[in-house]
Design a protein around this ligand. Structure first.
Ligand code: ADE
Length: 233
């Protein structure tokens, strides 16, 4: 097995809105990572697994109540088919009541080989899916989106950029905000002075150790000001 094959990640995304993925998954770093063979992204339309003639994937909740619920059958059919083809590290359901995504979780998941991401929709999803098919539930924050699709894209992006070789400069993912529980320090580019606004002298000193020290101090300062909670973790 070549190094490249070993590190390749496969994402199977199950959704009833496959069109939503066309733009975001075909741009920039995600697109390049697919082209360069670091990741395969397969989008599965849940409706293709519906057994009724209207291709419905939802139904009214037992016991009454507003809204429709995604039914278990098409999800089970799709997940079972995928699992017959290969083993999965996790079957993830994107949901606002899941564990909140953070950099630590992304780092852990980025070494996965095969992941299924299931996007919820409508009012909810049959609890038997969550109890028996899902191995991990992830939220991207304390707010409710209309569906799990945007959350799945956020998760996919966060994981893909961590795959070795995806970013040109491999160190740049390591210097991201939240790695080491610190926000990233400020960065500057040319010109060194713009309309009287100067960049810090240390950055043009050429003294690498001083520059590293300055960056670390700025990262700590920024974290203390904006996210003191990160320093007490
Ligand atoms: N689906 C709806 N809202 C969501 C959220 N905040 N995170 C993940 N999936 C969701």
């Amino acid at each position: 097995m070549t190094k490249k094959e070993k590190e390749k990640m496969r994402l199977d995304i199950i959704t009833c809105l496959p069109e939503l993925f066309e733009g975001p998954m075909n741009q920039s770093i995600v697109k390049r990572s697919v082209t360069k063979g670091h990741v395969e992204i397969h989008i599965h339309n849940l409706r293709d697994y519906s057994t009724n003639k209207h291709k419905n994937v939802d139904d009214a909740p037992y016991g009454g109540g507003a809204g429709m619920v995604l039914t278990i059958e098409p999800i089970d059919m799709c997940v079972s088919k995928l699992k017959e083809e290969r083993a999965y590290d996790e079957v993830i359901f994107l949901t606002p009541d899941g564990e909140t995504l953070n950099q630590n979780m992304s780092n852990g998941l980025s070494i996965s080989k095969n992941l299924i991401l299931l996007c919820g929709h409508y009012k909810g999803i049959d609890q038997r899916v969550r109890d028996h098919l899902i191995t991990k539930e992830i939220s991207i924050g304390d707010y409710v989106l209309s569906g799990g699709e945007l959350a799945a894209m956020v998760l996919a992006d966060a994981l893909i950029r961590l795959i070795p070789g995806v970013l040109n400069d491999e160190t740049s993912a390591l210097s991201d905000s939240f790695q080491d529980n610190l926000l990233a320090p400020p960065v500057y580019s040319r010109p060194a002075e713009y309309k009287g606004l100067k960049i810090p002298d240390v950055l043009i000193s050429g003294h690498e150790a001083n520059i590293e020290k300055w960056r670390h101090e700025e990262a700590v300062k920024r974290t203390e000001e904006r996210r003191p909670d990160l320093l007490s973790d």
